[in-house]
Design a protein around this ligand. Structure first.
Ligand code: NAP
Length: 505
């Protein structure tokens, strides 16, 4: 090792070892919209190794050429960076396709043989990452096939073998534990990468920079100064064509259990000793392990379902009228909860989490609301327009940060009103942010697990969600809210009962 080079120095672009990326379910929605474009973007940025092979596996009767045509179209449509024919040509030379169903032993034997061939033809040194972009029900059979053929075995391959597991990681604690055991039986713990694509977002990583690279925020990042935290992920879209998935899942399992609890963990965690996967995950786990489901579930959990309404000038139908949704469906499309972190730093600070579909606009943000000044030496009328100080991290869109504070209104009176100071990624930097999948795929190939939740984090998150789901399952119907509005009235009442109100993002 070069003694002058700090191994933690990440300014220089890191290029992975020569390797194969095997995508199971390569004809699916995720592969077309996200994975293939991300592979192209990495190639375009020069971040793929010279010996790189993309191997698609699915049950179409395609040859390499057919797959290449489809992949090219997907890259052209979905890539973040400019589409360049010369980049594609180089990538296309390293694209392979293998037809087969997951229960087809011969197809997996052929895959194992192809991996050996590719080692010889492209110098991939036995290195391979397997991306499970497949329905969760197919995880067991694919894992069994990989175990049977020895494909997951680092020692046998002579290189590294890694697996990428897409969410959902189970549908409750029991099924998550089963899945974790299944994956851990086939792959070593350090070779398992669970994707929560929110962690690949630049703004989410910036939360760590904001908190731990500055001196400004950390001294006030605690219950003495913070009144409450609101974490919102709102979507204006409905369920699109994913009724089958959504009917089984609902908003809490789809978003709260993973994305929102991960954002909460990053907001609340202590400073890690380094940004190694181990150190980061340890701190996140401590927070997730200290979150308790609300004691009063009736008061501090809300679920809703969108009814017909208007969005962006268009009439949209209610959830129960969507294609393939049961007319009496009780699936929630909106979920809000109040959680607390039982630590000295956060004692008594409520974290309000909410997510919903068919809300007025697509926005994800973390809003930290500070306590009001204990004494205001102004007349009451002068501060009528003064709210609480807020730090808002905008995860998407308009990535950036806003600081809201009171300022004197020009004039002879001492009138104070809220103003905002904005930091916008798009304005502060000339470089555009990589897509989350681009960043995460690269990290998988580099073997850097910092941005991937550990299985204990997944299980701790289910420990928070399971009692809520159970309570809802025993209760009545979700409350309807009109599409295009900010969720059911009960969500407003939940905060009003605490003397607070939701921010309007
Ligand atoms: N789509 C998203 O935006 C998104 C977001 C987050 C997480 N995810 C997760 O990512 C995974 C993939 O999602 P997706 O939306 O891409 O699903 P999808 O569109 O249904 O694609 C599933 C893929 O698996 C293949 N497949 C299914 N059963 C098979 C079998 N028995 N043998 C061989 N191939 C089989 C399908 O091949 P055929 O084409 O031959 O059916 C298809 O290529 C899921 O775990 C999902 O929860 C997806």
């Amino acid at each position: 090792m070069n003694p002058l080079r700090d191994p933690r120095d990440r300014r220089l672009p890191r290029v992975p070892d020569p390797c194969v990326l095997v995508v199971f379910g390569v004809t699916g929605d995720l592969a077309r919209k996200k994975l293939i474009p991300a592979v192209y973007d990495l190639a375009n940025r020069g971040l793929l190794p010279p010996g790189f092979v993309l191997l698609g596996f699915a049950r179409r009767d395609w040859g390499d050429g057919d797959f290449e045509t489809v992949a090219k179209e997907a890259a052209r449509k979905g890539a973040r960076t400019e589409f360049r024919d010369d980049v594609w040509q180089r990538l296309a030379e390293a694209i392979r396709f293998l037809p087969g169903a997951f229960d087809d032993d011969a197809a997996f034997d052929k895959l194992a043989e192809t991996l050996r061939e590719v080692d010889a033809s492209h110098g991939t040194l036995g290195n391979a990452a397997f991306y499970l972009s497949i329905p969760p029900a197919a995880f067991p059979v694919v894992l069994q096939q990989m175990e049977r053929t020895g494909m997951a075995d680092n020692a046998r391959s002579g290189g590294w073998r890694r697996v990428v597991v897409e969410k959902p990681f189970g549908h409750d604690l029991g099924s998550a534990q089963e899945l974790n055991q299944m994956v851990d039986k086939v792959f070593g713990a350090q070779d398992v990468f669970r994707i929560d694509h929110y962690l690949g977002k630049e703004t989410v990583q910036n939360l760590l920079a904001l908190r731990f690279a500055n001196t400004l925020f950390e001294p006030i990042w605690n219950a003495h100064h913070i009144d409450s935290v609101q974490i919102t992920m709102a979507e204006d879209v409905g369920i699109e064509s994913r009724a089958g998935f959504y009917e089984e899942t609902g908003a809490a399992r789809d978003v709260l259990q993973n994305h929102l609890l991960q954002l909460m963990a990053l907001t609340a965690m202590e400073e890690p000793s380094s940004f190694d996967a181990e150190a980061l995950r340890t701190e996140k786990r401590k927070v997730l392990g200290a979150i308790r489901p609300p004691k009063d579930l009736a008061r501090y959990t809300v679920r809703g379902q969108y009814d017909q309404g208007w969005l962006a000038g268009q009439r949209v139908s209610g959830y129960r009228s969507e294609k393939d949704v049961a007319a009496d469906s009780r699936t929630e499309t909106y979920a809000a909860v109040r959680l607390e972190v039982e630590t000295r730093r956060w004692a008594g600070v409520p974290f309000y989490l909410r997510t919903g579909k068919r809300l007025p606009r697509r926005v994800t943000e973390i809003a930290v609301l500070f306590r009001k000044a204990p004494h205001l030496p102004f007349s009451k009328t002068d501060t009528e327009e003064l709210g609480s100080n807020q730090l808002v991290v905008r995860v998407q869109p308009d990535e950036g940060m806003t600081l809201r504070f009171g300022s004197k209104v020009p004039g002879s009176a001492m009138e104070v009103r809220d103003v905002a100071m904005d930091f916008l990624y798009g304005e502060a930097f000339t470089e555009s942010s990589p897509e989350a999948y681009e960043r995460l795929l690269l990290d998988v190939l580099l073997g850097d697990a910092s941005l991937f939740p550990h299985n204990q984090e997944v299980e701790d998150s289910w420990r928070v969600i399971d009692p809520i789901e159970q309570f809802w399952a025993e209760g009545g119907e979700p409350e309807l809210y009109r599409a295009g509005e900010w969720g059911p009235a009960a969500a407003d009442e939940m905060l009003a009962g605490d003397g607070r109100a939701w921010r309007r993002p």
